[in-house]
Design a protein around this ligand. Structure first.
Ligand code: PEP
Ligand code: MN
Length: 352
């Protein structure tokens, strides 16, 4: 007998749950309409006086068995959830977001694609130092079948007394050597005034870690159609990194690649800390290709290979590594560039 009664009561509860759900949905819809109206007339969405009034009225009507505090808490939750749905309901997703574009963005450099499933290896010297130096690296890349070469012409250095790069002369060297060996090139640009001119010399514009939030540079990069390789800032969160990329896409340039290059932490065993978790997170949150720079993140060539493998296992679309014919004499990053022989070993081990 009790069992039948119990089932009846449960049935009633299920019915009430349904009614509550319907009412909550109706309430949220009305609140969204109110939200639109308020937005149209420039009235703030949250009205604490009205919320307090509604709560007081509800508590005054409450006859139990739930106590006033419980009723007040429950309705506060309902009000808050509705406010949040008002905010997210009309907030446009970022252009870089997967919510905005489901399919992966594929960056094309001639017949090379980045982000299409086949990982790419980008290698080359930290700085362009001379025609002969770049030529030696290019020959090694060609021999290994690596088709994208990097080389810095404008070098953002910690000290103003360190080698600052060959500037435009360096871009000219890259262009000449690349055309001889049939390679694509990447080089960092630091001045918005050079963004347009860069495409005459190089195939990809790198925006370095120190300039990740140089908003004028990002806006200029959005105005061209040259692919951009955007490095994560030294102390940038993933959210800040994605917003920096958003600046470029918002300008109209959709050919953007993200590259994790290590972040500052208290750990001293590596130059920076390679945030490997950034790779799957960026791949989930964004449709843009994600690469990992093993040189600047770790600063240790003895662990380039395992870190590169970890990056690829985590879903990276490519790896960047620095190579120099004679690292000991390099004008920048001498300690962390592979020599040609080490590069071949690294490349073989990676099997890209
Ligand atoms: C570079 O890639 O040459 C460079 C300077 O790296 P980052 O901006 O990541 O320090
Ligand atoms: Mn370097």
């Amino acid at each position: 007998m009790d069992q039948i009664y119990l089932e009846q009561l449960r049935g009633k509860l299920t019915g009430i749950n349904q009614q509550l759900l319907d009412l909550l949905s109706e309430r949220a819809q009305i609140a969204q309409e109110i939200g639109h109206l308020k937005e149209k007339h420039g009235i703030p969405g949250f009205d604490p006086v009205r919320e307090k009034q509604m709560l007081e009225e509800l508590v005054a009507r409450n006859t139990g068995p739930l106590d006033h505090e419980t009723i007040s808490q429950l309705f506060k939750q309902i009000f808050q959830a509705t406010m949040e749905s008002q905010r997210t309901g009309h907030k446009k997703p970022l252009l870089v977001s997967r919510k905005n574009q489901k399919a992966d963005t594929i960056v094309t450099l001639g017949d090379i694609t980045v982000g299409g499933g086949k990982p790419v290896l980008i290698a080359g010297p930290c700085s362009v130092e001379s025609y002969e130096q770049v030529r030696q690296v290019a020959a090694a890349l060609k021999q290994a079948g690596v088709t994208v070469m990097r080389g810095g012409a404008f070098k953002p250095r910690t000290s103003p007394y360190d080698f600052q790069g060959l500037g435009i002369e360096g871009l000219k060297i890259l262009k000449e050597v690349a055309s001889e060996f049939g390679l694509k090139t990447i080089s960092e640009i630091v001045d918005p005034a050079h963004i347009e001119l860069a495409s005459e010399y190089i195939d990809v514009i790198q925006i370095g870690a120190r300039n990740m939030q140089n908003f004028e540079l990002l806006k200029a990069a959005g105005q061209v159609r040259t692919p951009i390789l955007l490095k994560r800032g030294l102390a940038a969160t993933i959210e800040e990194f994605l917003h920096a990329a958003e600046y470029i896409l918002a300008g109209g340039n959709t050919q953007v690649m993200l590259i994790e290059r290590g972040i500052r932490t208290y750990e001293k065993a590596t130059r920076n800390t390679l945030d490997i978790s950034a790779v799957p997170i960026l791949k989930q949150e964004s449709h843009l290709p994600v690469l990992v720079d093993v040189t600047h993140s770790t600063g240790r060539k003895d662990i380039f290979a395992p870190c590169a493998k970890a990056a690829l296992a985590a879903g990276a679309d490519g790896i960047m590594v620095e190579v120099h014919p004679d690292p000991a004499t390099a004008l920048s990053d001498a300690a962390q560039q592979l020599n040609i022989e080490e590069f071949h070993r690294f490349h073989t081990e990676l099997q890209i």
